[in-house]
Design a protein around this ligand. Sequence first.
Ligand SMILES: [Zn+2]
Length: 113
Amino acid sequence: MQEKWFCENCQTVFEESGRRCPQCGSRRIREVREDDLAYFCDKDALWAAVLEDVFRQNGVDFYAKNLMGAAMTMRAGLAGELRRFYVRFDQWPLAKALYMELFSAESGDGQEE
Ligand SMILES: [Zn+2]
């Protein structure tokens, strides 16, 4: 099994690729624990509300906070606000499955093989 690492600075989980976090370059990395709140995704306010609902309904242990910042705001487009999600590491598979279910419709139809 591939070891997973956790950055204490930005809470990203990653596979070992040196001694630094690939996201923020921090050296404060360690092996991930099951109860770590790991960075999951960024969503604009509209989708964030939907995602939070789905997580709550399914008992996912998560944490979300608003992101402020000009660059983020520009990328978020209409909603103008992003929420960053963190999910308990041992619930990642569940969160990922719910996420895929929720946002698979977003990519449009006719793409299936
Ligand atoms: Zn980091």
